[in-house]
Every structure is written in C-alpha cells, then in structure tokens.
Design a protein around this ligand. Structure first.
Ligand SMILES: [Zn+2]
Length: 91
C-alpha cells in the first residue's frame, strides 16, 4: 500500500490517525512557526506543539527577502537563465 501524502493544513494524529486541529499558532521567525495542535477524536484528545519550517525551495520568490535563506531543492531538470525548464538540452 502506498504511503499517504497529506496536504496542509491536514495533519493526522500520530496515535489514532484522526485529523489534528490547530488551536494556537505563533510566528517564531520568517521561516518557522510554532503550532499547538489537538486531535479531533474525543476518545484520544492528543495535544502537542509542532514546528512548521521551510526546508527547501521549489520556486524562488520573485520578491525575495534579503534576510531569508532557504536552500534550493535539487531539481530533476535544470532551469535556463530565464528560470524556465530547459527541455531542449535534457535528452
Ligand atoms: Zn488522536
């Protein structure tokens, strides 16, 4: 069975698999956020503080903040000087 991929903001409870609901959230820096999450299952009620952080860049900002650095993700296809996929040179 393929591993499930969840898209934000859904996050499953690590104990029962039900959705975790965001209770509190605060910005720690430009790149990280502290989030208090609680399980919606009334028979579980797991509650935890988690960190949301930027790990790698998939598309660089067109309006970059000079204080922010996030490493580029390795790409399968290199971009040309215009930031477009260079499909002609990837045989
Ligand atoms: Zn739970």
């Amino acid at each position: 069975m393929a591993k499930k991929t969840y898209h934000a903001p859904y996050s499953p409870c690590p104990h029962c698999g039900n959705p975790l609901k965001t209770r509190l959230s605060r910005q720690l820096s430009e790149l990280s956020r502290e989030i208090t999450m609680q399980c919606e299952n009334p028979e579980c009620l797991y509650c935890a503080v988690v960190i949301q952080s930027h790990l790698r860049v998939l598309q660089s900002s067109m309006n970059p903040n000079p204080r922010v650095f996030v490493p580029l993700s390795p790409r399968k296809y290199p971009l040309n000087h215009d930031g477009q996929l260079d499909l002609l040179n990837n045989g």
